[in-house]
Ligand binder design. Structure first.
Ligand code: ADP
Ligand code: MG
Length: 476
């Protein structure tokens, strides 16, 4: 039996505001437990929520970024359920009138094919607290710092057909929210979490199979694994004559498995009703237009500009726009050395290679754009060769100073003065009479040997092209 996989994602993005969605408490990560939860966040009787304006700006920016309709009137609702990390006994969210309606994104797969994924909606809601298990033997600790943190829940249509597509979509959403400054997208701190809805159906079938939902996956690697596990599990169940039950699963990265958490609740279980302590939020077209006019350049537009104006390949442009900070770094270097292609090579290969090797983000790079740009200028004006430049780059990385300082201190300047190269050539000719004879007889391959010898003797400081010319002149 051939199975078709159907996946829809719900992505929770933590909005990068300073304070919470309905209170003035700080949202900073890493504070000691319960030090950032005020009376509103812990749901003391008699308190009233006040909406943080900033969350609407960010939600609208996201909606515009995916070409969605922005609802000029949106309404908060109470979603009631009982859980220790939810002090009020309900979560404030948006059910029937979300702020963002529809929208779509285009993802690129590893074989370069493109696919459109539709977005159903995105709504604002508050986060819950966190249960802590490690430090409490036989008990559970509750940290309410996260309670009331603003979230945008982005719900996709069930458009994805493989784990690869789901990961590409989630990566795109992360890239977009980072570009738009909607979120810091830091998955290790829980700023972006995915719930994966997965079902399978016989190939060719048009009605959808029963889905399960795997909650709170916080890395792309785990997302891929969790989905593939769930696909395998469902195929196993169906092929052995069983039925898939609609349930909520938890992915355990340590044991690399998904297991059932609870059977799926339906909307009626949550007894939704409009939040009586908050008015519907109305915005107008001018407000939306203002945000639209101030949107930064999006990754797609930026990549296109790199291709058309800087003549980079599509692959290079995609890599350089993978994050806003990489794109900004590259543009700065390119501006300084006035050579986008050279900047592209160095940022993509040398810099990103080195960063990957040391597990650093570009923001943590010990080589700043000015330093790299200055180094590339010295390649362009023939002060050093590309090969020597790598040595200089390593020295800058180690904190050895600017390119010029390092070139000067280590005597790395390219030797272009013919009168100092010629004696070197003569000596090498003298030491290799046999090869010299072959060269004179027109054996081109031997030329490479001599150039190599001269480069070695000058510790790479000669200009290979010039050495080539000088040797040719000498044997004429
Ligand atoms: P709920 O409100 O119970 O979370 P929704 O209908 O809002 O359910 O869907 C939640 C997510 O599940 C959406 O991303 C949607 O695309 C996805 N989804 C719905 N049905 C299926 C299915 N049969 N297989 C896979 N994903 C599905
Ligand atoms: Mg849902």
């Amino acid at each position: 039996m051939q199975w078709e996989v159907v996946i829809g994602l719900e992505i929770h993005v933590q909005l990068s505001t300073n304070s919470k969605i309905f209170s003035g408490a700080s949202t900073a990560f890493g504070a000691s437990p319960n030090s950032q939860a005020c009376a509103i966040d812990i749901g003391l009787p008699g308190v009233l929520p006040v909406v943080n304006k900033e969350v609407f700006k960010k939600a609208v920016a996201f909606g515009l970024g995916v070409g969605a309709e922005i609802a000029l009137k949106s309404v908060f609702d109470r979603k009631n359920y009982f859980y220790p990390d939810l002090p009020k006994g309900y979560q404030i969210t948006q059910l029937d009138y979300p702020i963002v309606i529809g929208g779509e994104v285009e993802i690129t797969l590893s074989d370069a094919t493109k696919k459109t994924i539709h977005i159903t909606r995105a709504h604002l809601e508050e986060d819950a607290g966190k249960s802590l298990h490690e430090d409490f033997h036989g008990m559970t600790g509750i940290d309410l710092n996260r309670a009331g943190t603003p979230l945008l829940e982005i719900v996709s249509e069930p458009d994805m057909r493989s784990a690869e597509e789901a990961v590409a979509y989630a990566r795109y959403i992360r890239q977009l929210v980072c570009y738009l400054d909607v979120s810091d997208g830091d998955m290790s701190q829980g700023s972006l979490r995915c719930d994966a809805n997965v079902s399978i159906r016989p190939m060719g079938e048009t009605t959808m199979g029963t889905r399960t939902e795997t909650k709170n996956v916080n890395s792309f690697k785990f997302l891929e694994r969790a989905i593939n596990h769930e696909i395998e599990r469902q195929i196993g169940v169906l092929e052995s004559g069983g039925t898939v039950h609609q349930e909520t699963m938890l992915y355990d990265p340590v044991r690399d498995e998904t297991r059932p958490m609870r059977s799926k609740e339906t909307a009626t279980d949550y007894r939704y009703f409009p939040e009586p302590d908050l008015l519907p939020v109305e915005i107008d077209a001018a407000y939306v237009a203002d945000i639209r006019n101030n949107l930064p350049e999006l990754p797609k537009q930026r990549a296109l500009r790199f291709i058309t104006e800087m003549h980079l390949s599509e692959t290079d442009a995609m890599i350089l726009t993978s994050s806003r900070s990489v794109a900004e770094y590259f543009e700065r270097v390119s501006e300084i050395c006035d050579d986008p292609r050279l900047a592209n090579n160095w940022v993509r290969v040398e810099l990103m290679g080195q960063l990957n090797k040391e597990g650093l983000e570009i923001k943590q790079s010990p080589v700043v754009p000015q330093q790299l740009g200055d180094l590339l200028i010295r390649i362009k004006d023939d002060t050093i060769s590309g090969k020597i430049a790598k040595t200089v780059f390593d020295a800058i990385w180690q904190g050895g100073g600017t390119a010029d300082q390092i070139i000067e201190a280590r005597g790395l300047k390219q030797v272009t003065d013919a009168s100092s190269i010629e004696p070197v050539i003569d000596e090498i000719f003298a030491n290799n009479p046999q090869q010299l004879q072959q060269l004179k007889a027109g054996k081109e391959k031997v030329l490479g040997f001599f150039v190599g010898q001269v480069m070695k003797a000058t510790q790479g400081k000669a200009n290979p092209k010039q050495v080539n010319d000088l040797i040719r002149q000498k044997i004429k």
